[in-house]
Each structure stands twice: as structure tokens, then as C-alpha cells.
Write a protein that binds this ligand. Structure first.
Ligand code: PRP
Ligand code: URA
Length: 212
């Protein structure tokens, strides 16, 4: 049950089925990557539901009409490296014209604080819908840090898309950034003492890229 107005849990049965396959420790990296890409496409439908449309005059083979079309040049997808790229791939398939930014962060294993190693984002963030993607929201230290930086770069309208969230992470992120809407496939039970999401799926980056 989700009582937080800032969080949308996308519970489409196809998505939930694929998520269960991803959680299974016996799922290979190749399958894990493919499933994450498929899920990201399903998540994106929900995330972009309110995207503004404008009217454009076109000619069908039979008549001239005014028809809805996306406003264009208004979206920026920001991937929190490296696991964010697993979600980004599917989103870019649906919206190939989106601008893309990357924020390189990894969690220090002892402090669970993010360590930054890269930051490159599109210009004019203030005029774009900024969609930040990272499959895991655990302590939310990484997401909070990334969104702090994006706001300093001018971003005003920001959505955060993840695969799994810990309740602790949702609390931290919505306190730090109450203006952010979070989209996820699941709110899991809790964080363990090492900051991993329980039951979770393990280390997303390692599972995507086979680095464990
Ligand atoms: C993972 C994940 C998030 C972060 C979440 O990245 O992709 O960025 O941990 O944890 P938090 O909410 O406690 O900050 P990781 O640091 O393992 O780096 P990686 O993507 O390069 O593997
Ligand atoms: N990062 C991950 O990849 N998995 C977790 O469970 C927590 C943080």
C-alpha cells in the first residue's frame, strides 16, 4: 500500500512479472539487461502520461487535419551512472529525440555517501521536463545529491524514475525534495544494515554489467 502522494507505483501485471524474473538470483546478466529495458519502456508510458501536446496541421491521404503532436525539444533524461543507463536505454527507444545527461556517482561502501566522478547535462534545463533515472533508491543519498546538483544547474520540473525503492529512501528524498514525483515498480520492505534493499535484487550495476 502506498500512501505517499509523491510516489506512483506502476503495477501493470507485465511489469510485475518481469520484475520477479529480474529479482531471481539465477537470472543471467543478458536477461537482466533485456528485462530492465523492457520494464523501462512500460514505466515510461506512465511517467510521460502528462506530457503536453500541441496541435499540428498535417495532410492525411484524405484531408487536412490538425492533430496532436509532442511539443518537442522539451525532455531531458538524466542517468545516474552506471546502473541508470540500464533504464535509459529503453526510454531512449521510446523518445529518441530526448536530450541526455549523465551524473557519475558511486556509493562509498562504508559511509553510503555518494562519490561524484562525472557531471554533464544538457543546456536550458529550466525549460525542460527533467527525468532522472536510476533503478535503485536505497538510502536516497545518490538521488538527493543528483537532484541537488540538477537544481543548481537550473532544473525546475523534475521526475525520478526507479525500479525499486526502499521506504527509508522515499522518506529521505521526499523530505529533501518535496516537489519531486517518484515513479517506481515496487516499494520493497526495508534496507538492510549494509544499505541494500530487501528483498531487492542485489547490486543493480553488477547485475546489469556482470561485474561481481
Ligand atoms: C547504486 C544505484 C544507485 C545507488 C542507490 O549505485 O544504482 O545509484 O546505488 O543507493 P543509495 O540510494 O543508497 O544512494 P552504485 O553506487 O552501486 O553505483 P553503480 O551504479 O556504479 O554500480
Ligand atoms: N544499490 C543497489 O544496486 N542495490 C541496492 O540494494 C542498494 C543500492
Amino acid at each position: 500500500m502506498n500512501n505517499n502522494a509523491n510516489v506512483t507505483v506502476v503495477d501493470h501485471p507485465l511489469l510485475q512479472h518481469k520484475l520477479t524474473l529480474m529479482r531471481d538470483k539465477n537470472t543471467s546478466s543478458a536477461s537482466f539487461r533485456r528485462l530492465l529495458k523492457e520494464i523501462s519502456i512500460l514505466l515510461t508510458y506512465e511517467v510521460l502520461r502528462d506530457m503536453p501536446l500541441i496541435s499540428k496541421e498535417i495532410e492525411t491521404p484524405l484531408q487536412v487535419i490538425k492533430a496532436p503532436i509532442l511539443e518537442g525539444k522539451k525532455l531531458a533524461f538524466i542517468s545516474i551512472l552506471r546502473a541508470g543507463n540500464g533504464l535509459l536505454d529503453g526510454m531512449l527507444e521510446l523518445v529518441p529525440s530526448a536530450r541526455v545527461g549523465h551524473i557519475g556517482l558511486y556509493r562509498d561502501h562504508d559511509t553510503l555517501e555518494p562519490v561524484e566522478y562525472y557531471y554533464k547535462v544538457p543546456k536550458n534545463l529550466d525549460k525542460r521536463l527533467v527525468v532522472v533515472v536510476d533503478p535503485m533508491l536505497a538510502t536516497a543519498n545518490s538521488a538527493t545529491f543528483a537532484i541537488d546538483k540538477l537544481k543548481k544547474s537550473g532544473a525546475k520540473k523534475i521526475l525520478f524514475v526507479s525500479l525499486l525503492c526502499a521506504p527509508e529512501g522515499i522518506e529521505v528524498l521526499t523530505k529533501a525534495h518535496p516537489d519531486i514525483q517518484i515513479f517506481t515498480a515496487s516499494i520493497d520492505e526495508k534496507l538492510n544494515e549494509l544499505g541494500y534493499i530487501i528483498p531487492g535484487l542485489g547490486d543493480a550495476g553488477d547485475r546489469i554489467y556482470g561485474t561481481k
